[in-house]
Write a protein that binds this ligand. Structure first.
Ligand code: URA
Length: 198
């Protein structure tokens, strides 16, 4: 049987070779690497951010810059060990200047996220940001529940994945706390919903 680690390594290989991506030239010109995901390959909780920032594109590790430190703090606030979860992004290459991912990029990289989900079969997918929220809700049977993140943050929804039921939780992007420090209390409260999955 092929292990999750082997399947995920294959996905990494394919994304690395993705020369048809509109973000590929920017990656190679800047010496960046794609960011596939990090953490426990058998995790039952998967966090899905938007796209790598500069620090992530330099290291290949998701959420390792300023927003990552906020994510670490939010995880620590519920006693969730980052090593016990899996963290990835919807788009695997850095968009220039950290702009929002474009629809064509989401359509190109989304299927790689779907494959990661199909391989790992997480019980919970927690989205970090509006693009990953929209993608996951639409893809996993929750299109009718979709609202702006300020309306549905911290709530759980029962979605359906090819392997069975999946709980989806929409969370604010950790960077929100960097430009609005007053939001951190709410964000910590939202994370409480994940506590039962530790
Ligand atoms: N923001 C994201 O959405 N993902 C990262 O990996 C880093 C910052």
């Amino acid at each position: 049987m092929v292990s999750n680690a082997e399947e995920l390594a294959k996905i990494k290989e394919e994304v690395t070779a993705l020369a048809l991506s509109p973000l590929y030239a920017y990656r190679t010109e800047n010496g960046y690497v794609p960011v596939i995901g990090d953490g426990d390959h058998e995790a039952s909780v998967m966090f899905v951010g938007e796209a790598p920032g500069e620090t992530e594109a330099k290291t290949g590790k998701p959420f390792c810059g300023r927003a990552g430190r906020v994510l670490d703090e939010l995880l620590a606030s519920i006693g969730m060990d980052r090593k016990s979860v899996y963290v990835t992004n919807l788009v695997k290459d850095r968009p220039p200047g950290n702009r929002d991912p474009e629809q064509a990029e989401i359509e190109l990289y989304g299927p790689f996220l779907d494959r990661q989900i199909a391989v790992m079969k997480p019980r919970v997918i927690a989205t970090l940001g509006r693009h990953s929220m929209r993608y996951v809700f639409e893809r996993y049977g929750l299109a009718s529940e979709l609202q702006i993140v300020s309306k549905i943050h911290g709530k759980e929804f029962k979605g359906s994945a090819p392997y069975g039921d999946v709980t989806v939780v929409a969370l604010y992007h950790p960077a929100v706390a960097l430009y609005n420090g007053g939001m951190k209390g709410q964000m910590k409260e939202d994370f409480q919903i994940l506590k039962k999955y530790i």
